[in-house]
Design a protein around this ligand. Structure first.
Ligand code: SER
Length: 340
């Protein structure tokens, strides 16, 4: 019999790091990872098999299918929003075609072992597009089905892949003689900006918050590329990882949607600066607004309504802005930079 495993794509990224550490603490499952680059040694030592390769390589996915019984997929590989604006075709290839490959892979896995494959997909507040700042202010907590008119390639990719996942889950090959849908049990969390104490993001537009914190911890000056009043939701990485795990473990019958907002805190950039300068005395943070990147932030909601996640699968973040800094970011980051 093929070995039952969890597959994590894009495992070397920020969410992958946190997720692998957390899954290893559970000790329940063997982990197979797929990433373009080698994993950092401390993370690599936690996984059962590390595959260096691309989600666009269908032959590689077929070999995986033959070798393992994949019951759960965390499909984390993606190009983030700022990066995607510079290379929109590459973004579409990785973010959309790559996801389609993985959905097909999950469909075939489920057909071959006769059990639905749970397919976890991190989506983003980038799926929203508020047309003006006035409308953003007036919108308040945005619900999942409102304002889904993204202005970025990344946002378009994420929104479409949410729909693809829903299609595989509920309507796949709906005209075929034998029912084929439901084999991929697609579940998606729409994340706010994520802030990790362990890793730095690359290529995102919400990066100003984690960049402020990491620069301050490293004793470096930082020029933020947004206005002080820029406001979007954020979340501490441990809560993001927990949300993915919790949703993956929820009974299917309690889920009323395939994509869920999750929220934790939503400070303005100036509020982030204030907490950072209180935590790291002498931190030097100034403003050098990049009007274009700020323009993207202006289309993302100031807050999201996550009542469906709270109701259906018990989402409840541990950290608010103050405790994220006091109990997670500052102690962990201090340790990290002290070790460097
Ligand atoms: N953090 C992501 C980005 O900025 C949004 O999902 O691209």
């Amino acid at each position: 019999m093929r070995k039952p495993v969890v597959l994590i794509t894009g495992a070397g990224g920020e969410i992958g790091h946190g997720l692998i550490e957390r899954l290893t603490r559970q000790h329940r499952r063997s982990i197979v990872t797929l990433d373009l680059a080698r994993l950092a040694p401390p993370i690599a030592s936690l996984v059962d098999r590390e595959i260096t390769g691309s989600i666009l390589d269908r032959q590689l996915l077929e070999r995986l299918l033959a070798e393992y019984r994949v019951e759960l997929v965390f499909h984390l590989a993606a190009l983030l929003s700022t990066r995607s604006e510079f290379t929109p075709l590459a973004a579409h290839q990785v973010n959309v075609e790559g996801t389609l490959n993985l959905l097909e892979f999950a469909q075939h896995e489920a057909e071959s072992h006769g059990k639905p494959v749970i397919f976890m997909y991190p989506s983003s507040i980038a799926v929203y597009g508020l047309p003006t700042l006035q409308q953003k202010d007036a919108a308040g907590k945005v619900r999942e089905d409102d304002w889904t008119h993204p202005t970025t390639m990344y946002g378009c990719n994420k929104l479409y892949c949410e729909q693809l996942g829903h299609y595989y889950s509920r309507h796949y090959k709906q005209l075929a003689a034998e029912p084929a849908s439901g084999r991929v049990d697609f579940r998606c969390v729409r994340f706010p900006g994520l802030i990790s104490a362990q890793t730095m993001p690359s290529g995102g537009t919400s990066d100003y918050a984690p960049e402020m914190i990491h620069a301050a911890a490293a004793g470096e000056a930082y020029e933020a590329f947004v206005r002080p009043d820029a406001r979007i939701p954020f979340m501490a990485m441990p809560d993001g990882v927990e949300a993915l795990l919790q949703l993956s473990e929820a009974p299917r019958e309690s889920l009323t949607r395939t994509a869920y907002n999750v929220a934790a805190f939503n400070p303005s950039a100036e509020e982030v600066r204030q907490v950072v300068t209180r935590a790291f005395t002498g931190a030097e943070i100034t403003w050098q607004v990049d009007a274009k990147r700020q323009g993207i932030i202006d289309t993302w909601p100031a807050d999201v309504d996550d009542s469906a996640a709270r109701r259906d699968w018990g989402f409840a973040p541990r950290y608010d802005l103050e405790s994220a800094f006091a109990d997670y970011l500052i102690p962990t980051i201090r340790e990290r930079y002290a070790a460097d």
